[in-house]
Design a protein around this ligand. Sequence first.
Ligand SMILES: NC(=O)c1ccc[n+]([C@@H]2O[C@H](COP(=O)([O-])OP(=O)(O)OC[C@H]3O[C@@H](n4cnc5c(N)ncnc54)[C@H](O)[C@@H]3O)[C@@H](O)[C@H]2O)c1
Length: 468
Amino acid sequence: MQFAVIGAGVIGAGWAARFLLMGFDVKIFDPDPNAQKIIEQTLTNARRSMPGLYDHMLPTEGKYCFCESIAETVTNADWISESSPERLDVKHKIFDEIQQYCSHKAIIASSTSGFKPSELQDLSSNPDQIIVAHPFNPVYLMPLVELVGAIETANRASSVISYLGMYPLVIRKEIDAHIADRLLEAVWREGLWLINDDIATTTEIDNAIRYGFGLRWAQMGMFETYRIAGGEAGMKHFIEQFGPALKWPWTKLMDVPELSQALVSKISDQSDDQSGHYSITDLEHIRDDNLVGMMRALKLNDWGAGNLLNTVDTQLKTMDSNLTTLLTHRNNIQTIHRVVPTTWLDLNGHMNDSHYAEVFSQASEVVLIRLGADQEYVDRGFSYFTVDMKVDFLKECNAGDVINVVTDIIIAEGKKLDLKHEMRDLNDNLIARCSQFLLHVDLELRKSCLPAEPLKSLLLNLEATISN
Ligand SMILES: NC(=O)c1ccc[n+]([C@@H]2O[C@H](COP(=O)([O-])OP(=O)(O)OC[C@H]3O[C@@H](n4cnc5c(N)ncnc54)[C@H](O)[C@@H]3O)[C@@H](O)[C@H]2O)c1
């Protein structure tokens, strides 16, 4: 698929990074000479954080180029991401130019936070081609994309968004600001009032969110959370109990405080006190590391955004031929090729020793799967248990480093499996060595036993390769 990005600011650059890291080439148009710098900065952040979401290697990164005109950018593109400033007149002009040169079948996906598809499509000769694909910053990490527009185009877009590892939320009825920004704006407006009325500062409001309901929202959203709050009696009870309070004048949602110079200065001064000691790059790194950490925690529970990451991992795994072909040799087996995630670092800033062991353990799993001792084999009641493991730590590893593991089968005889792993960096420097001894076991008896088919035959074949 060929991707095009029109407007490479905060959001356009985020889209470009997502497309590139998922292996696609991207053509970019932005009249601002600074755009190349924004793309490079965003790509640096994305390369540092996005691979850490997954346990398998992302595809080889695509290539990007800047074009001189919209015409050159969109000719032959299948997906055109429009991320120009939030001004309808600017967007109309851009759509008009895009549609003069793009394929009739291409999807033109606007990142607009507020405009409805019918407003974007105004004056267009092929309106159904233009849809809203509203992402969240940083686009290379945040999964949600709200899709609004002609259902046939939205459905096609949905498959592309899923393939990119994102979550397509198709919105059935167009509405100003879609779903998420409606909710966000309600909270944001209330926050502005709390500051305006001297009830709370920016720090206090942020603390109320991040130590409180923000944590619950990240994993269950609002309604599932309230369902639990209703106890065994459930949602109905919750609404009966707290519903009447909605009529009390708690909120000022219908009113907007006047954004006077005084209020704007008050907010920005408080924000400086709160976070002024961090640079924007520091804050981006902190945000990205936290997002990766939270999503990896959800991954362990296969829940919400974590379930999505597991789906992408399965997709990446099936693309990895190393995992899908049976072993025919016993030396130099490529077992792991991945990036060190930021969540694997310890206080010294390098990869924690437990994760060296985790990588080697994953390498053994690859060998076992390729020998036929896969999930199906385990479900039949057999597996291998590690009885001895020794790791030699030779070199530091940092977040974002690519690591490769190559494994040799030293002994594959009867119940015994003796493996030797070597972890190397991209320059082939040895990072760590591991010897691991495993015994074949009967999972019901919890005792060692001889391997069953198909493992048994494959091991015999491997033995033959060593004796020849
Ligand atoms: N910032 C957010 O958090 C966010 C989140 C979701 C969606 N959006 C939406 O994404 C869109 C872009 O927002 P942003 O925050 O990235 O803005 P931005 O100001 O960071 O980027 C806009 C880019 O468009 C470029 N541009 C200006 N005129 C252009 C033209 N004629 N052709 C091509 N490019 C042009 C600018 O040079 C700039 O690089 C908006 O529609 C906005 O509503 C923003």
